[in-house]
Write a protein that binds this ligand. Structure first.
Ligand code: BG6
Length: 470
């Protein structure tokens, strides 16, 4: 290990429209499922992304801070309802102009835009007719993506179709704490399927334009590991990998669902009559150019013991006792490694997972380019008496993950970029604003003032020291 990545490695941070933009109803924007949910009585905490951190009006300041922090890329998402506000399909020019301005600002500051087309914020009108569960979702998504591709063409060099389709689906249709707040395994499977098909249909639109840009999907591969090596544990590991990862990454990269997936689903009583030959054909011909990987932790599993299928996410509040994890009836359930540290939201901290994940991708999928599109550490933090945010715990987290990433790169994994989650502190879905991930602190009491944390300067120095030719 030489401790450095190649000179053209992308170093940056990531954010998402609903979590940072604010301006929820400005300049012709339509209503998304998160606007609708946050304004309803299902939103127990009452916190919304109406203003968020006001990236919509302050993007110039934020992009300048990125440049000063030594970054050469920014991952952000486009809000679908800013571009196409309602069911009529009419395009909102003000929405296009906003993102054109953001991209222009990125370019002027030497920042490569890496743009996600949907990061959870589905249009409310589509949600209200069944959302991801309605097969029309994939066609509507492809139509919207086509508008983006035609308007932005090669000005966006990296397109991401969908952010974390499975995490979104599990929270929305299993835990039921994200809109539309459903708990139904049959619907969940159909949603996951529709998201896979939507990715392929969007890529199909993209290929028609023969752009130079690249297109990928963002998944969160939790490398699935076991604490005992027995045949039963190995079966649970494979099933965990199918459920967590392979039903997204196999179709996206190989153009087909894993052979053992559908038989297992049928065995579990799932009705697969929604699967269509023509969809499977579309998958075959529309695979990604690169894989975005959000990397937070691994998944430790054991053979199924008891309980109904469910997901216990890490977004139910600091200090809670539930360890993040799954029960999939008859398949597997989460195991707990008592030797590893956990964060305040009970998520396991396991830095080697980034290395295991990259090695696993190389083994399963060869040299497909991989970008770590999110990695970060949640803290409930406050400035000290001098107004500084000394987030040594976050620095320790990032340093340990990055050392494992560099080791994987040096050992031949085709990893080409890293994005810390998140650019600034931002709205953390149903956690609200207490759960902070940013390298830049947001003072919510003081006009959303931006205060770079200690990790911001640390990251700038790390980039310099660990990139060839810097
Ligand atoms: C990822 C999402 O799952 O994790 C982000 O892509 C999210 O949008 C991040 O904010 C951290 O999760 P949470 O629930 O702690 O905010």
């Amino acid at each position: 290990m030489n401790g450095k990545v190649k000179h053209d490695f992308l170093w940056g941070t990531a954010s998402a429209a609903y979590q940072c933009e604010g301006a929820w109803n400005e300049d012709g924007k339509g209503i998304s499922t998160w606007d609708q949910f946050c304004h309803s009585d299902k939103n127990i905490k009452g916190l919304t992304g109406d203003v968020a951190v006001d990236f919509y009006h302050r993007y110039k300041e934020d992009i300048r801070l990125l440049k000063e922090g030594g970054h050469n890329t920014l991952r952000f998402s486009i809000s679908w309802t800013r571009i196409i506000p309602d069911q009529s399909g009419k395009i909102n020019q003000a929405g296009i102009d906003f993102y054109k301005n953001v991209i222009k600002e990125c370019k002027a500051n030497g920042i490569v835009p890496n743009v996600t087309l949907i990061h959870y914020d589905l249009p409310a009108w589509l949600e209200n007719i069944g959302g991801y569960a309605n097969p029309v979702f994939s066609d509507e998504f492809a139509k919207y993506c086509k508008v983006i591709f035609e308007n932005f063409r090669d000005d966006i060099p990296m397109y991401v179709t969908i952010n974390e389709s499975t995490h979104n689906a599990y929270c929305s249709y299993l835990t039921g704490n994200y809109p539309p707040n459903v708990h139904d395994v049959q619907t969940l499977v159909q949603v996951c399927y529709n998201l896979v098909i939507a990715n392929a249909k969007a890529i199909c639109e993209f290929r028609k334009l023969n752009l130079k840009s690249k297109i990928g999907i963002v998944h969160t591969t939790n490398t699935v590991q076991i604490l005992k090596d027995t045949p039963e544990y190995r079966i649970a590991q494979r099933r965990g990998d199918l459920f967590k990862n392979k039903w997204v990454t196999d179709p996206a990269i190989l153009g087909k669902f894993p052979d053992d997936l559908f038989p297992l689903l049928i065995e579990s009583g799932i009705d697969l009559s929604f699967v269509k030959e023509e969809d499977l054909e579309i998958l075959k011909h529309n695979t990604i150019d690169f894989l975005g990987q959000n990397c937070y932790t691994r998944a430790v599993v054991k053979p199924y013991e008891s309980g109904e299928t469910n997901y216990y996410p890490n977004n139910v509040g600091a200090g809670q006792k539930t360890i993040e994890g799954y029960v999939v009836k008859g398949w597997f359930q989460t195991d707990v490694d008592p030797t590893t540290p956990k964060n305040a939201w009970s998520r396991e901290i396991y830095p080697k997972t980034i290395y295991d994940m990259l090695m696993g991708i190389k083994k399963d999928y060869g040299d497909i380019p991989v970008y770590i599109t999110e990695n970060g550490h949640a803290m409930a933090e406050k400035p000290n008496e001098n107004g500084e945010i000394i987030d040594d715990e976050r620095i320790e987290f990032m340093k340990s993950y990055l050392e494992w990433l560099i080791k994987a790169e040096n050992e031949g994994c085709n990893v080409k970029g890293y994005y810390a989650w998140s650019t600034t502190d931002c709205y953390s879905w149903i956690n609200g604003y207490e759960k902070r991930y940013g390298l830049i602190y947001i003072d919510y009491e003081n006009d959303l003032k931006r205060i770079p944390k200690k990790s911001y300067s640390w990251y700038r120095d790390f980039i310099k020291e660990h990139t060839e030719g810097k």
